[in-house]
Write a protein that binds this ligand. Structure first.
Ligand SMILES: C[S@@+](CC[C@H](N)C(=O)[O-])C[C@H]1O[C@@H](n2cnc3c(N)ncnc32)[C@H](O)[C@@H]1O
Length: 330
């Protein structure tokens, strides 16, 4: 259970002690099982991992199951090296390409991300400032930090990070997203400094790029192999650097809210945006990051208040959650 991992603290986000030995829950995943099985397909999880009774049958998803990478989708972020496993999953990229024009429409398909933005930025500001010894009340707290936003989409997170003083690189596998991000960022001299590039994390690793902080929000559930993706994110991070990842829990509640309600009832998102089987539980994310030399230190849930239409940080990681981790020095 996620709650077993979390030490509650007043600041709503739960701080995690880096575990040298695995808790009984995490120990349910042997390393070999973890690295081969934390993949975008239904996982036969032990009840202790996903939460007893939390697993709808994969076939119960109302959304069409995507296959792996078909190679048919036209993007230009393919990895040049055959030794590096690509994080690309073409059916996922095609979905984002189809709605790329709507990135900055705050009432469009990306409305939930626009609405979540202040809350996730609050988490990022507080964790990164604490880790890098910056003043969170300063207007530009990230001055001097090199941050990469992996899977940046149209730049709705990259831009505020740049306004907070960071030197930002935004990368996305969909060329149309990068073009939109570029055009929008150019409207403001502060954000026009963002380096946007249509590429992948693994490609940046090949280029030996390094960053103080690596941020990838709502992306890991769309990649081909989450464990490999985390290895790439880790390789991009300097020793003692930071990683922030957000995603959706593979819980029954997430199936009901993030898929059935958001895609089919409320129609916030296009149908088929999410595959339940591609979601990760907090325990899985902690463990694959740990296997990539990243120790998760804090975790928080995002909870939606339908009365105010706002998201807030919570200890409830049952649906949407965000994790902050640091890279070990070796
Ligand atoms: C749900 S959007 C999140 C966008 C942005 N991170 C945010 O939260 O505002 C997922 C993004 O990840 C991108 N993406 C998916 N797979 C990717 C990969 N393997 N490498 C880079 N970007 C990827 C998609 O094109 C899309 O823009």
């Amino acid at each position: 259970m996620a709650s077993k991992l979390l030490n509650r603290v007043p600041a709503v986000s739960a701080r995690l002690k880096c575990q040298r030995t695995l808790s009984p829950t995490l120990a349910a995943f042997t390393p070999s099982r973890l690295l081969s099985d934390v993949a975008p397909r239904p996982l036969p999880l032990p009840a202790t991992a996903a939460g007893a009774g939390d697993s709808p049958p994969a076939s119960a998803s109302p959304s069409p199951q995507s296959s792996g990478s078909s190679g048919k989708f036209d993007h230009n972020a393919k990895s040049s090296s055959s030794s590096v496993r690509s994080s690309l999953k073409d059916p996922e990229l095609a979905k984002f390409s189809a709605i790329a024009d709507t990135w900055w429409d705050s009432e469009g398909p990306f409305k939930p991300l626009h609405r979540m933005n202040p809350t996730r930025l609050a988490f990022i500001r507080s964790t990164l400032c604490r880790h890098f010894g910056k003043d969170p009340s300063s207007a530009r707290p990230f001055e001097g930090l090199k941050i990469v936003d992996v899977g940046c989409g149209g730049g709705i997170l990259s831009e505020p990070l740049a306004r907070m003083g960071a030197s930002v690189t935004g990368v996305d596998a969909v060329d149309k997203n990068i073009k939109i991000a570029h055009i929008h960022a150019a409207l403001d001299p502060v954000t026009s400094t963002i380096e946007y590039c249509c590429t992948t994390a693994e490609k940046l690793v090949e280029e030996q790029r390094k960053f103080d902080a690596v941020i990838s929000l709502e992306v890991i559930e769309h990649v081909a192999d989450p464990a490999e993706f985390c290895k790439s994110l880790s390789a991009l991070t300097i020793p003692e650097g930071a990683i922030v990842i957000s995603t959706i829990n593979r819980s029954m509640r997430a199936y009901a809210t993030a898929i059935v309600a958001a895609e089919y009832l409320l129609r916030w998102l296009p149908k088929g945006t999410h595959q339940w089987s591609s979601f990760l539980t907090p325990e899985e994310l902690v463990l694959i990051l740990q296997r990539s030399s990243i120790c998760v230190k804090e975790m928080a849930g995002f909870v939606y208040n339908p009365l105010t239409g706002r998201w807030f940080l919570s200890d409830d990681v049952g649906v949407n959650f965000i994790a902050f981790g640091t890279k070990s020095s070796q």
